[in-house]
Design a protein around this ligand. Structure first.
Ligand code: ADP
Ligand code: MG
Length: 275
């Protein structure tokens, strides 16, 4: 197996607004030396409470923000060291799905424009754009006729399908999903996670899935990293974490997952929730 994504000793500090004129501004250490690898075609879940640094990590991996130090390598390339033009071309390989299926889609654009937007910087012909839009809409279970509709004509779950279609349109190797189902009804969450799983089987996509909810991550991921105050405090297959969580914070997370309190038969239902 080859490493698709390598995150090496990532640090991110944010300056706080200066409180007193002659004092240096304070800093928030949002990430404090995060390292991990994701092999091609696998999924890594990142779990952690609010403020633990999950979205900061997502933005750095997506090269939407720069690290204070450390490296993000995708397919061996150091993303934050790439010249601007090369980074723009490399963006086809990694796409993101955001939490809010209402805020993340431009309400004034038809679905056709929304899903092909990532192609506009990639030098793709109009015919090719049209073909890809039809393909990705079908891949996420929507109909070609939906291409001419607007976001308000869809439910929350359907909007998140559109967001996933937009991420798929460049045929990426990696999709970073930051709380992709947190805003959806529980009954719809499983449908969207199952879709993501099907797409992985079909296209060999690699996921970095961020959630505050261990059950969501468990649904999709082979491996889970627990982020706590900008550090990975525990990492392993979900089965192992469920059976023997070592960090107190992981145990707190587990206590919130119904039926997963260790040491009761861990993941007896894992096979059923998949597929
Ligand atoms: P999470 O997604 O896990 O809730 P974030 O990555 O959003 O966590 O935030 C991690 C920490 O960094 C928090 O303390 C947050 O307040 C701080 N932070 C995030 N973004 C910024 C920013 N742009 N400026 C200053 N502080 C920030
Ligand atoms: Mg966040």
């Amino acid at each position: 197996m080859t490493a698709l994504l390598q995150v090496e000793d990532l640090h991110k500090r944010y300056a706080l607004p200066r409180e007193k004129l002659f004092q240096p501004p304070g800093e928030v250490h949002a990430l404090n030396g995060v390292s991990f690898t994701i092999e091609a075609g696998r999924s890594l879940g990142i779990v952690g409470e609010s403020g633990s640094g999950k979205s900061t990590l997502a933005r750095l991996v997506m090269a939407l923000d720069t690290p204070s130090s450390g490296r993000v390598r995708l397919l061996g390339r150091d993303l934050h060291a790439l010249p601007r033009e090369e980074l723009r071309a490399a963006r086809r390989d990694f796409q993101m799905v955001f939490q809010d299926p209402y805020g993340s889609l431009d309400p004034r654009q038809p679905v056709r424009r929304i899903v092909t937007e990532p192609l506009s910087a990639q030098g793709v012909s109009r015919d090719e754009m049209h073909q890809r839009a039809t393909e990705v809409l079908q891949a996420v279970g929507l109909r070609p006729a939906d291409l001419d509709k607007y976001p308000h004509e869809f439910s929350g779950g359907q909007r998140q399908r559109i967001a996933i279609a937009r991420a798929l349109v460049t045929r990426p190797r990696l999709i970073v999903a930051d709380e992709p189902v947190s805003a959806l009804d529980v009954s719809v969450q499983a449908q969207v996670l199952n879709l993501m799983q099907d797409l992985q089987a079909q296209f060999g996509i690699t996921y970095m899935l961020i959630s505050h909810d261990l059950a969501v991550v468990h649904h999709l991921c082979d491996e889970v990293a627990v982020l706590w105050q900008g550090r990975i405090v525990e990492q392993g297959p979900p089965e192992k974490l469920f059976a023997a969580a070592e960090h107190p914070y992981t145990r707190t997370l587990l206590a919130a997952v119904p039926g997963a309190e260790p040491p009761a038969t861990p993941l007896a239902s894992a096979g059923e929730t998949r597929g």
